[in-house]
Design a protein around this ligand. Sequence first.
Ligand SMILES: [Zn+2]
Ligand SMILES: [Zn+2]
Length: 301
Amino acid sequence: MRLFFSCIIKLMIAVIFISTGFSVVTADTKIDLFEKLLAYHQYKRPPSSDDWLSHHPEPGQTFADYIKENPTVPDEIRQIIYIALLGSFDKTREKIIKQTVKYMEAYFGKEIRFIDPIPLSVIPESAKRNHPFWHDPQILTTYVIEDVLKPKLPDDAFCLIAFTASDLWPGEGWNFVFGQASIENRLGVWSIYRNGIPSKSEEDYKLCLLRTIKTGTHEVGHMFGLQHCIFFECNMNGSNHLGESDQRPVWLCPVCLKKLQWAGHFDVMDRYKRLEKLSGKLGFNKEAAFFRQIIRDDITQ
Ligand SMILES: [Zn+2]
Ligand SMILES: [Zn+2]
């Protein structure tokens, strides 16, 4: 009950910041796009007992909080989002990687490049385990981030994220994670392991692809300094289990989009057009319809 109350308070704060903060921060845009976008988004529903916020109560990060935190953003030198493929992938999952990269480029408005693939043999036995009950082989996220990726961060990288088919766990007390990011180091890792079997059917393929895109964009979103969203149903919501991840939309709420736009300087409507086109092409009908509605309403008028 206390958590629910706290969410309501934060929600009110979010609305206040959206309606007052926009013109101050993006002086070159005359129309209050983010305020208009509120009408297309659902407020965050109260968490159920096994959802992320019930286990990890978080204060939320308003736009004003974000600016105050002085987040690392792309600059003239560090512009590229790099991906490191960690371990091997079958043909179907290789196709998923290609489509995910295209979606991520549209999502962030940044170029994505690969560094040389990294074999799983770089992970020592001390950073591997079999899950104590489920027996899934897992690799330790903190080792991947600190020991494998850190020395490989290219000079022109805004961030570097590893992608793997292995299951991930972040250390003592955790069962698994879909992905993890280190905001301060601009490094992260995400996994396709728990996203289903894409070769099973066309529907399974689409679901696996969408899950992969959601986690990849969520983790890279963290590297832009975005913390978990507690205000709206949003891709930056924390997620404790697959059902909760599947409920989370691929799109960003107006609070999180405003942060990303401040960091990335992209044209919001051009981004919606890119995402609508790609979502339609990939068969993400619900997502394409969401973006199309905003484009059709032409909220810049
Ligand atoms: Zn997260
Ligand atoms: Zn959000």
